[in-house]
Design a protein around this ligand. Structure first.
Ligand code: PMP
Length: 380
């Protein structure tokens, strides 16, 4: 049987991985600065993560949400501490799209309203409402077309105010990525986030922070919104949360009340998923990875800005992007083929760096040297 062909594949067969390196079948090492779409947060095959999962595996791997699962309570406790939001509630699910789908639905349940405000270039996932709030018509099927979602210009406070003044009482939610990922690493301004908070308070609208890619420490703070000192009503989390084990979740403000049946999932919050997420948070604490992401991220950002040939270096912590001018051709492919470095992209013009939060300065320097050499190769 062939696979349903929806992914253009790189010519790379990864058979093992360790830390920030992955290895092909010839045992060639590749420096992984992409982490399989921002997923590898504490490093491939981290010993504590492997141990936590395998110890749990020997006890019980899965049971549904029909029974008490103490690991969920333990995870909620850990999340309360690391996020600084002990009064929020945790709902566990399996993927970023599912987290956003649930957040949007919850906002509609809570407000009794239907309209959703999203932003140009947003990406929120592939399920029905999440994809409707995603600004890319390639991903939406006719059935996903809806008048309930409006896309406003990114970081445009005036446009937001105007829309709220005209439609405020119909809006269920505003959903925004603190740092747009798929859209090309664009940081939401503090002023924009404050304005959203303000307008959501005035019109009783639910503020959803999609922290699926930019959250769980990647930006150097646990949530990217923490940089602006702004609180959302719902935070969605996924990618880095399990370091590759599928697990996702929502943190929900206390004024949004739960009712039986409102949300649900078979696999979400299972024993292995909780063990993986707990291992990630414990490792983040033990290895001081938030501060490491801040430090190494700032170093990389500053050094990248000195490199001639690339443009518009941007980001926060270890979520970094830059533009690649056309004359350099395919820099990402060249880094992969000639320097064995994996980076991400966001369209043909943008390179995205989403390395493990544990990378050190030596790795950053190796990358910077290789990048300069690759640019010189392509533009001698
Ligand atoms: N939100 C954001 C900001 C994302 O970057 C992604 C994944 N690229 C998603 C949601 C969807 O996550 P998943 O692929 O786990 O459904």
């Amino acid at each position: 049987m062939k696979l349903f062909d929806v992914y253009p594949l790189m010519d790379l067969n990864i058979v093992k991985a360790n830390g920030s390196y992955v290895y092909d079948e010839q045992d060639q090492a590749f420096l992984d600065l992409y982490g399989g779409h921002a997923v590898i947060s504490i490093g491939h095959g981290h010993p504590h993560w492997k141990q936590r999962i395998s110890v749990q595996m020997d006890k019980i791997a899965f049971y549904s949400n029909a029974v008490i699962n103490e690991l969920q309570a333990e995870l909620a406790e850990k999340l309360a501490q690391i996020s600084g939001k002990p009064d929020y509630r945790l709902f566990l699910c399996n993927s970023g799209a599912e987290a956003n789908e649930n957040a949007l639905k919850l906002a509609s349940f809570h407000t009794g309203r239907k309209k959703i405000v999203a932003f140009k270039n947003a990406f929120h996932g592939r399920t029905s409402l999440a994809v409707a709030a995603t600004d890319n018509t390639k991903y939406t099927a006719p059935v996903n077309e809806t008048e309930n979602v409006v896309f406003l210009p990114f970081n445009d406070i005036e446009a937001l105010k105007t829309y709220f003044v005209a439609n405020g009482n119909e809006i269920a939610a505003v959903i925004i990525e603190g740092i747009q990922g798929v859209g090309g690493i664009h940081v939401s301004s503090d002023e924009m986030l404050l304005a959203i908070r303000d307008l959501c308070d005035t019109y009783n609208v639910v503020f959803i922070a999609d922290e699926v890619q930019c959250g769980f420490g990647r930006s150097g703070k646990f949530f990217s919104l923490d940089h602006a000192g702004v609180q959302a009503d719902i935070y969605t989390m996924a990618k880095g949360m399990g370091n590759g084990f599928p697990v996702a979740g929502l943190l929900i403000a206390p004024n949004i009340k739960a009712q039986y049946g409102m949300l649900g999932t078979t696999f979400g919050g299972n024993h292995l998923a909780c063990a993986a997420a707990l291992a990630v948070i414990e490792t983040m604490e033990q290895e001081d990875l938030l501060n490491n992401a801040t430090r190494v991220g700032a170093y990389l950002l500053q050094a990248l800005k000195q490199i001639k040939g690339i443009e518009a270096v941007r980001g926060k912590g270890l979520m970094i992007g830059f533009d690649v001018p056309e004359r350099l051709g395919n820099l990402k492919q060249h880094l992969f083929r000639e320097y064995r470095i994996l980076t991400g992209d966001a369209g043909p013009k943008v390179i995205r760096l989403l390395p493990a939060m544990s990378i050190n300065q030596e790795i950053a320097d190796n990358f910077l040297q290789a990048l300069q050499a690759a640019i010189d190769d392509l533009n001698p």
